[in-house]
Design a protein around this ligand. Structure first.
Ligand code: ATP
Length: 364
């Protein structure tokens, strides 16, 4: 990326002996919605705090707008952070909370009032300025925290699991609002989350981290459809893995049969021998009477049915496959949900297969 606002170059962090960041390289653009996604303890928060200046780094460089941030205090950086715990003052009003960030600015009283009003409008709280902060819902508090951060007009807003305390419905609403807000204000957002769905929904690009390293940095669709490693594939969404064996005559997939090696996707390059063949649930479907598969079909027995209202997950047992395959079907009018024990025809397509050499394969 040529117009990187943030450049992370070989960033290292040790806590004593513990190596928390192991050489992080990434470029984040102006106006980008960027997420750091990974399991607990992978170093996401450490990296975010290092960008904010709350954590010194042990090696490498962090550049913001081309300037090395080594030794630059958090309040001298063009960043502002919204914390997991919001850090709202309950005894102050909404306006006072939002204005807190301006206490050291040299704006006049009238300018401050105007800025507070504008920030509250931005997060949809224009009508609640006089309300005491303790009398707000979780979602409203989150908005106050956002307004307080935005009022300082940072170039980069750093968000550490900002929605984790909200219930599911409120979280989904706030996700949409955050995306809208980010587009409106046009500043760079860096979000830390362990919730892959949240990262997929919100981000322009996602860095997936494991053990202090970036395993893959891509846009959501590429991450989901073309995961670079089996571990990334497993972490993002649901992926079935079948043992496979790649030879000169083709790729033999347990339970599904032989496919052409060139028909499937090999993110790490083609290697003959044992491999793990990944297939997402929604790339397969059950065939009802009269329906024909567009690519390939196989017969199995339904092992498990999980009904979600709009969708049903089916686990289908196939001859020759070590575990049932999970697939998802949208529930539509006129199509019955099939029952456990029923015979089922399953449609699948080699083009949806992502193959990882040498992992969990077994000789065909
Ligand atoms: P979570 O989602 O649980 O917050 P995370 O990916 O944000 O996880 P970090 O908080 O960045 O993880 O921590 C990364 C690793 O560094 C963890 O193993 C953690 O125990 C360790 N760590 C974090 N802060 C310190 C510290 N101040 N001293 C020692 N070790 C620390």
């Amino acid at each position: 990326m040529t117009d990187a606002l943030i450049s992370l170059q070989g960033v290292q962090k040790y806590y004593g002996e513990y190596h928390a960041l192991r050489g992080i390289d990434a470029e984040i653009g102006a106006g980008e919605f960027f997420s750091l996604l990974g399991p607990s303890g992978c170093g996401k928060t450490t990296l975010l705090r290092a960008i904010a200046g709350f954590e010194d780094i042990s090696g490498g460089q962090i550049l913001l707008a081309g300037r090395d941030m080594a030794g630059v205090a958090p309040n001298k950086r063009p960043t502002n952070m919204v914390f997991q715990s919001y850090a709202i003052f309950p005894h102050l009003s909404v306006e006072q909370n939002v204005g807190f960030g301006l206490r050291r600015s040299d704006l006049s009283a009238a300018e401050k009032t105007h800025a507070i009003g504008a920030a509250l409008e931005m997060v949809g709280l224009g009508h609640l300025g006089k309300r005491a902060a303790h009398a707000l819902s979780g979602g409203q508090r989150q908005r106050v925290a956002l307004a307080r951060a935005l009022i300082l007009k940072p170039k980069v807003l750093l968000l550490d699991e900002p929605l984790s305390a909200l219930d599911r419905k409120m979280r989904e609403e706030m996700q949409v609002e955050l995306i809208k807000l980010q587009r409106e204000v046009g500043i760079t957002f860096i979000l830390v989350t362990h919730d892959q769905e949240e990262a997929l929904v919100m981000s322009d690009r996602i860095a997936v981290m494991f053990e202090g390293e970036i395993a893959q940095l891509d846009d959501p669709e590429v991450l989901y459809r073309r995961p670079a490693t089996r571990r990334v594939a497993d972490f993002i969404g649901v992926m079935n893995f079948l043992p496979g064996q790649a030879g000169s005559g083709g790729l033999d997939v347990a339970g599904l049969g032989r496919v052409e090696i060139d028909a499937v996707h090999w993110p790490q390059g083609k290697v003959l021998g044992a491999c793990a063949v990944g297939l997402r649930p929604e790339t397969m479907s059950l065939l009802y009477e009269g329906e024909v598969a567009r690519a390939r079909e196989v017969t199995g027995v339904i092992d498990e049915v999980v009904y979600y209202g709009d969708m049903t997950y089916y686990d289908v047992r196939l001859d020759g496959a070590p575990e049932p395959l999970r697939l998802s079907m949208r529930n539509v009018v006129g199509r019955d949900v099939l029952e456990v024990g029923a015979q089922a025809r399953l449609a699948w397509d080699p083009r949806a297969m992502v193959v990882f050499p040498g992992e969990g394969g077994s000789p065909a």
